[in-house]
Design a protein around this ligand. Structure first.
Ligand SMILES: [Mn+2]
Length: 344
């Protein structure tokens, strides 16, 4: 099973049309039918945007923005978990395979962002010459599809234990609207990726990947943690979170929020809104123990605290870190953000 994922991560070439089509087809089928005890149906009749794991707490592995980093993904799957997290000296992959832990990745699978500025600029030069599948963009897409492909494979293999939330880069059509904005950073990345896929694979693959993206959840809650791609712009209500796909401002508010742009107290409002416990000392204690984890905006060290320490940013693009949230105690950013590599 692990070898199938590693094959995707380390393929020498881009996946074939049929390979990427099959991965996206299977993942979209799994996601479209994910209506169950932890994922309520939305008013659109689709799986809602909230994952609620409070009834079945498990150790939670939070993966920050992946941004086309296959080595990071491999290191995560091979990382040996501490005994007080999951007993048995299991790796992340083994713990997920046995149903003993959950992965929640915060999204942003595509678009490399570290040490690849030159490659993006080279791709832009190719594009300016009307070459849409040249070497620079092809190498970029090989890395991006390694991550997207592996995530889709893992979701299909372990639907209840592997989850990835929509980030602002989950916008394969590069559209603006419904909470999405076309993406430009080093170059015109969003458009170049769309044109590459259209020419190299065809509209069917582009469409199928957009189907996967459109049914991704946007926020997850456990008994002591909330996770979304970005800091929540506002203190959304639970029904707004379940029905996020019918309200562009909720999608945008969970995927695009810049530093210092969130309304003060939005994090605590969402925690209070989602915590299922009835009022009383148990609930007060639970609220105190909750943290809200997100990626999106890069941090310099292992983490940065916002909103009185309740919101913890964990995405350092140069490090290979994951966050381990134990269900039996409060998350401690000093000890519970771990590197999956030996070097820093
Ligand atoms: Mn992002």
């Amino acid at each position: 099973m692990l070898s199938e994922v590693k094959k995707i991560l380390w393929a020498a070439d881009l996946p074939s049309h049929d390979e990427i089509f099959a991965l996206a087809d299977e993942a979209s089928t799994v996601l479209e039918s994910e209506i169950n005890d932890y994922r309520q149906i939305s008013e659109l009749g689709k799986p809602g945007s909230l994952l609620d794991f409070q009834k079945s707490p498990l150790p939670l592995i939070v993966v920050p923005d992946l941004h086309a980093r296959p080595l990071f993904m491999e290191k995560i799957l091979d990382y040996r978990l501490p005994e007080d997290f999951v007993s048995g000296a299991l790796t992340v992959f083994e713990a997920v395979e046995k149903g003993l832990a959950r992965i929640v990745a915060v999204g942003d699978a595509l678009h490399s962002e570290v040490d690849t500025k030159e490659r993006w600029i080279a791709a832009e030069i190719e594009f300016a010459s009307n070459i849409y599948t040249g070497p620079a963009i092809s190498n970029e897409m090989k890395d991006g599809f390694a991550i997207l492909g592996a995530l889709m494979k893992l979701k299909s293999m372990f639907p209840a234990n592997v989850h990835f939330l929509k980030g602002n880069h989950e916008n394969i059509l590069n559209r603006t609207g419904e909470g999405d904005y076309s993406f430009v950073k080093f170059a015109d990345e969003g458009r170049m990726v769309r044109e590459f896929i259209t020419e190299y694979y065809g509209e069917d693959v582009l469409y199928l990947i957009s189907c996967v993206e459109n049914v991704l959840p946007l926020i997850a809650v456990t008994n002591n943690c909330v996770v979304s791609h970005a800091e929540p712009r506002f203190g959304f209500r639970k029904d707004q979170l379940i029905n996020a796909r019918s309200d562009a401002s909720v999608v945008e508010g969970l995927t695009w929020t810049d530093n210092d742009a969130a309304q003060d107290g939005s994090v605590m409002e969402i925690i209070e809104e989602l915590c299922a416990l009835p009022s009383g000392p148990d609930r007060d204690k639970a609220l105190e123990n909750y943290v809200y984890l997100g990626g999106h905006r890069p941090v310099k060290e292992n983490y940065k605290l916002r909103q009185n320490g309740k919101y913890i940013q964990i995405h350092n693009p140069r490090l290979q870190n994951i966050a381990l949230v134990r269900p039996y105690r409060k998350f401690n950013p000093e000890t519970d953000i771990v590197s999956v590599t030996n070097f820093k």
